[in-house]
Write a protein that binds this ligand. Structure first.
Ligand SMILES: C[S@@+](CC[C@H](N)C(=O)[O-])C[C@H]1O[C@@H](n2cnc3c(N)ncnc32)[C@H](O)[C@@H]1O
Length: 245
């Protein structure tokens, strides 16, 4: 293996490979999130209907905030994460009779999609774990997982402010989060900004387009948390890490 490859299993910022972190995750996030409502709003935003024959890949699935609801609607769900303990939390939410969800302990840079090409790839609050160069590589790889015309949904913290305003804008966003989710979460958001790799909206749109997608829609209520609905419009002739076309 090339020595210059990014090690996506070595967590930057919050260490989701830590069992205590996985244990705390849902309690902490439910203070400001309603997973089911988020799922419904995402589906409305994407305008995807007739899901029963469709395949979805959830990259950075975590404790299953999206995958668990997707399993009710889609034919097959691939729930992928670099953290085995986060996957374990997600797995425990799945009823015994549900067989259409496959958990894979891999990441943006290592997951090899082997089923039929996906109709939808979702990545929620996860892409910022990669520096921009590796986000671009991840997006190229996502292109190869999808059918032509398939959708990519990105939900992440992305910066919309003018670069010179960074100080005030980041401080007021963090203070707002503290009011909603408490002091403990303030520390997590500080870690996010300091040690993880959120990027600017114009960079995100640029790398998405370079990877063969068009951004059909994007929205952000607070100028930070942002959703992108992207459609695959170009087949890429790129090679994966095994050197296959
Ligand atoms: C903030 S959590 C989001 C989890 C879930 N998507 C949600 O909406 O709650 C970030 C997740 O991304 C995962 N992650 C970090 N780097 C990753 C990578 N390179 N590939 C895939 N998942 C990654 C972490 O293990 C963690 O489960």
């Amino acid at each position: 293996m090339d020595n210059w490859l990014y090690d996506e299993f070595k967590h930057c910022g919050v260490d989701y490979s830590n069992a205590g972190e996985a244990e705390r995750y849902d309690d902490q996030h439910r203070r400001f999130r309603d997973y089911e409502k988020e799922f419904r709003e995402m589906m409305d935003f994407l305008g995807i209907r007739d899901t029963k024959d469709k395949t979805v890949v959830d990259l950075g699935c975590g404790t299953g905030a999206t995958s668990v609801f997707a399993a009710d609607l889609f034919k097959t769900v691939y729930a992928v994460d670099v953290s085995a303990v986060m996957i374990e939390k997600a797995r425990k939410k799945i009823d015994r009779g549900v067989h259409n969800i496959r958990f894979v302990n891999a990441g943006f840079l290592s997951y090899e999609h082997e089923g039929e090409p996906a109709d939808l790839v979702i990545t929620k609050a996860a892409l910022h774990h990669l520096p921009d160069f590796w986000k671009q590589v991840a997006l190229l790889r996502i292109n190869t997982m999808l059918k032509m015309g398939g959708m990519l949904y990105i939900h992440d913290v992305v910066f919309h402010f003018d670069p010179h305003e960074y100080d005030g804008r980041i401080n007021s966003w963090i203070s707002g989060f503290e009011k909603t989710a408490g002091k403990e979460f303030r520390l997590e958001v500080e870690t996010h900004i300091r040690d993880e790799y959120s990027t600017f909206d114009w960079i995100m749109k640029g790398i998405v387009e370079k990877a063969g997608f068009t951004v059909e829609k994007s929205r952000s209520d607070d100028g930070f948390v942002t959703e992108y609905a992207c459609r695959k419009v170009r087949e890429l002739n790129c090679r994966n890490r095994q050197g296959q076309a």
